[in-house]
Design a protein around this ligand. Sequence first.
Ligand code: SF4
Length: 374
Amino acid sequence: MVSNYSIILKQDNLSSEEYKQLYKYLIKDDLVNIKFDLNHIDKVISRLKYPSKVVKGTFRRCPRQFQFARIFDLWIQKKDETTIWDVYGKNTHMIFNKIWDNISYKKIIESKTEKLLSYYIYQKCMNFIPEADKKIKLYPSIFKQYSDYEAFRIYSIFKELGRVKVKKYIIPLYRELRIENHDRYEVGVVDVMHTLTTDEIAIGDYKTGKAKYYEWKWNPRISQWAADELEKSDTINWDKITIDFELGSYYNLTLGTKKIYKVLDDENNKPYLKELEYLQITKGFVVYINDWKNTFKYIPLQLNMLNNVNGIKSDMIECYNSGIFPLKVRNDCFDFCPYIDICIKDKAWQNWFNKIDPFYKNKLDKLLSILEVN
Ligand code: SF4
């Protein structure tokens, strides 16, 4: 039997038998009734063929949530009002990218001090914020941190190489680079790429949320003694695992010398592909802007980082082929998962329900009674 994954990879010109086979495995579910729809399946297949880092992240958190979001494509009623959190991450990333179109290289080179350079970058960032939004405290604080980080990065280059012929190290090589890797079936957007002073390329990801630390000892809240003890013990460093997954995803995305494309937009805003030149990408960094001093490190990209990513990919393939997407029930499902109302009808919840703490049991009781009324 041809596995579902082979069908997904084939994608074009599927026979009706093949479509039916996919439908049977991917859409069959007692909880959700979605009529067989060729267009729907078509869209689903192309999404499954090229899973991005975000998509793999969703699967890693909960395969069932991935199934709801990526296969059933369920529409979840959104709140009417847009909160600052809905736009914050997107806006800040957009500005980290766009300011480089407005920054003067001459001004950087002629800057008198690191502090003044930071202020110059900060002003450029704030110029993007509409007057009314400037009062939102989040923006000034995140841009202050970002500007300090950039000024520090640039002054480190000055210290090492001086101020002559350093443009290629200072100005990012790429920003918001959309990539399709047709060799490894990967897609993704890279926040930034820098040419390091060794002429290697580092691939970077900006994070604006709570800081994670690749090594215990980088965490300012852990003393040197505790860090050494943790290193000696078998304690798992979950943050390292998460960052390895992030870096492994980028590594996977850019690995190979052929069939790797930049996704560009033509004058009508239609995407087209252009081959990406070969880049010697050897390092990566995930900089948590809120605590950049302790999280900004160039980490060598290693093949073992791919294990985590490939493991998730093979788990995904197993789910595609079996049609079973297990639930990862957690206490915070109620707070963050938009599919809780549907998911809760699954029998697996009953076991969990019997063991949970009374606070959540209460919440669940309420939810179930509302569902019964409806
Ligand atoms: S409610 Fe929890 S278990 Fe269900 S899909 Fe969402 S994250 Fe997964």
